[in-house]
Design a protein around this ligand. Structure first.
Ligand code: TRP
Length: 431
């Protein structure tokens, strides 16, 4: 093991870090509007189905690779299946690209958090709110400043190391994040008109389950569990040796799904309580619609909400940043400080371009979520399902009785269903 790799101090820290990686802008920002657009509860069912039958097996495959090799994505693949080590480079590159553009959106959340404290959007109308969002994203110095701020916070946490930085931050912030979200849900559900929002979120409309809905549910379940680029792999390489990977994975997926639903319950009733707002507004929902809603609620609600968005984004961005840092430490023998500085500077360059050029931003998003992540996931399942001896995954599952019992199901999904399904998605995405 490379010197200075570090490890999580406890099982709780490992679960909180993994949940922190999974729970992010994807849950708060994308999930609620996707549910709204694609048939409410029908979409939620589809999402849970994909989580259980495709994403969880991929999660385990990635986790097993990391936990048994105790290395970064490239080192792990090189040790277990040298022919596939190119996918390690691809994962690290993807993690780097996602860090860069995710930090741009992270910067917006930092901006809104600061504004919510200084009441910069008090009593706004929808038009004014849209103008604020537009001016943030169109004002070069502001969008760059908050991006650099967010990336800097990410780098500082990663710099503090696996145990104190990533583990320590997640252990404290994740429980706090749940409490903050619960407060907003309670406040949101007590608003007049909340029932309509719940109805919109929960009423199953199976007629809306079409090709795009299926693709979104699947893509969202991959993105939300942080799969395919080596985040899960890297974090699991820091897990205590005797740790129960099966239980950790189940808890992570459970927390992730519960949090996505909570975010939906926080956002939709609030949107419906203000008449004339568009629930299917898409990506602008969180940054344009919600400030209008929350200023009407007043008090500390906007501050708490945007702090929650910021914390959720940070615990995810550190997991991607750490993938690249782990590679530099393991493979290039760098010290953590130097590795963090290097990744910070490189992400600064790419992120700045993403912040100023929306086309580059979308291209980065498209390439990573449609191509790199799916190919990465495909390689992870092939390596565990077909290349390493079956005893390796079995050993990880058999450390818990329920894991041992479910192993045959997992094995069947991993060996047959996942590769075929993911290959089909990869081909569709590439066409
Ligand atoms: N899962 C996070 C979210 O929901 C984002 C994220 C973190 C991610 N690490 C990732 C997405 C790796 C894809 C790949 O916001």
């Amino acid at each position: 093991m490379a010197v200075g790799r570090g490890s999580f101090s406890s099982r709780f820290a490992a679960i909180m870090a993994l949940a922190g990686s999974a729970i992010g802008l994807g849950n708060i920002w994308r999930f609620p509007y996707m549910v709204g657009q694609h048939g409410g509860a029908a979409f939620i069912l589809l999402y849970v189905f994909f989580c259980v039958f495709l994403s969880l097996p991929v999660f385990f495959a990635e986790g097993i690779l990391g936990k048994t090799s105790r290395l970064n994505p490239l080192g792990a693949l090189r040790a277990k299946a040298p022919k596939w080590s190119w996918a390690g480079y691809m994962g690290i590159l993807a993690a780097f690209v996602i860090t860069s553009y995710y930090s741009v959106v992270g910067g917006w959340s930092l901006d809104y958090f600061i504004r919510s404290i200084s009441r910069g959007f008090h009593g706004m109308t929808m038009e004014e709110s849209a103008a604020v969002f537009h001016s943030i994203t169109a004002t070069s110095w502001e969008v760059l400043a908050v991006f650099v701020g967010f990336l800097g916070l990410t780098a500082l946490i990663v710099l503090a190391g696996v145990e104190k930085g990533i583990g320590g931050f997640s252990k404290v912030m994740m429980p706090l994040l749940f409490v903050m979200m619960l407060l907003i849900v309670v406040r949101s559900l007590s608003l007049p008109g909340a029932g309509e929002g719940l109805n919109y979120l929960l009423k199953p409309d199976f007629s809306k389950i079409d090709g795009p809905a299926i693709a979104s549910a699947l893509g969202q379940s991959f993105f939300s569990l942080s799969l395919g680029v080596g985040c899960v792999l890297t974090y699991c390489s820091y897990m205590p040796e005797d740790e129960n990977l099966f239980a950790t994975g189940m808890w992570t997926a459970l927390f992730d799904t519960i949090f996505a639903l909570l975010a939906g319950f926080a956002v939709m009733p609030a949107v419906f309580s203000v008449s004339g707002l568009e629930p299917g507004a898409g990506p602008s929902l969180v940054f344009e619609t919600l400030p209008v809603v929350f200023t009407k609620m007043g008090g500390i609600v906007p501050v708490v909400f945007f702090l929650a968005v910021l914390v959720a984004a940070l615990t995810s961005s550190i997991s991607m940043f750490e993938v690249v840092v782990a590679w530099l430490i393991d493979e290039k023998g760098m010290r953590r400080g130097r590795a963090v500085l290097l990744v910070f500077l490189a992400a600064l360059a790419l992120g700045a371009v993403c912040a100023l050029a929306p086309k580059v931003f979308s291209a980065c998003d498209f390439a990573t979520s449609n191509i790199f992540m799916t190919l990465g996931a495909l390689v992870f399942v092939i390596v565990i399902g077909w290349v390493v001896p079956k005893s390796e995954p079995f050993k990880e599952f058999s450390s818990s009785p329920s894991g041992a019992r479910l192993f045959p199901v997992f094995w069947f999904l991993l060996k047959w269903i996942c590769p075929i399904a993911i290959a089909a998605i990869a081909v569709t995405n590439l066409l």
